[in-house]
Design a protein around this ligand. Structure first.
Ligand SMILES: OCN(O)CCCc1ccccc1
Ligand code: NI
Length: 181
């Protein structure tokens, strides 16, 4: 199983590299890696397992964070009515809302062992084209936390960290095009 020892930390150049497209269909090894990334997220959200193995809770993970510079991500977000459970190859935002959003509490990252305060502007809604674990092309339409998480993960594939988006002059300035309520 993956643990925090497998998570690359900021300063490692892999986190600033553009990851490589994965040739479809994926190899058995690439499928296994994606499954292990998803398993890490599920484990990290289980109080007993997380405590036992000292896992930081995560709702997403990108392959560069485990030292693999390939365009592979996992997102696992249990919500009231459904679990947003995505293991994706070559994800790409193909359209997005003009409206932006942000998390009141800011964002964090398993590869960043420090707090970086400030609002991280994200598209409120995104349409993502990707390949699922079997290499089948799929399209996802996401909003809310799943939309934020998938943008955070896709950024990792392009060497972008969440704090790159924070307004340096005023970290808590409300980003443009955010809904009022
Ligand atoms: O890249 C995954 N990661 O570092 C884990 C946390 C992901 C995350 C995504 C959206 C908002 C906050 C935190
Ligand atoms: Ni991250």
């Amino acid at each position: 199983m993956l643990t925090m020892d497998d998570i690359v930390r900021e300063g490692n150049p892999i986190l600033r590299a553009v990851a490589s497209e994965v040739m479809m269909p994926p190899t058995q090894e690439e499928k296994e890696t994606l499954k292990k990334m998803r398993e890490f997220l599920i484990n990290s959200q289980d109080d007993e397992i997380a405590e036992k193995y000292k896992l930081r809770a995560g709702i997403g993970l990108a392959a560069p964070q485990i030292g693999i510079s390939k365009r592979m991500i996992a997102v696992y977000i249990p919500e009231e009515d459904k679990i947003h459970d995505y293991t994706l190859f070559n994800p790409k935002v193909i359209s997005h809302s003009v409206e932006n959003t942000y998390l009141e509490g800011g964002e964090g990252c398993l590869s960043v062992d420090r707090e970086v305060p400030g609002y991280v502007p994200r598209h409120a809604r995104v349409k993502v084209k990707a390949y699922n674990i079997d290499g089948k092309e799929i399209t996802l339409k996401l909003k809310g936390l799943p939309a934020i998480a998938i943008q955070h993960e896709i950024d990792h594939l392009d060497g972008i960290m969440f704090y790159d988006h924070i307004n340096k002059a005023d970290p808590f300035a409300i980003p443009d095009h955010c809904a009022t309520n």
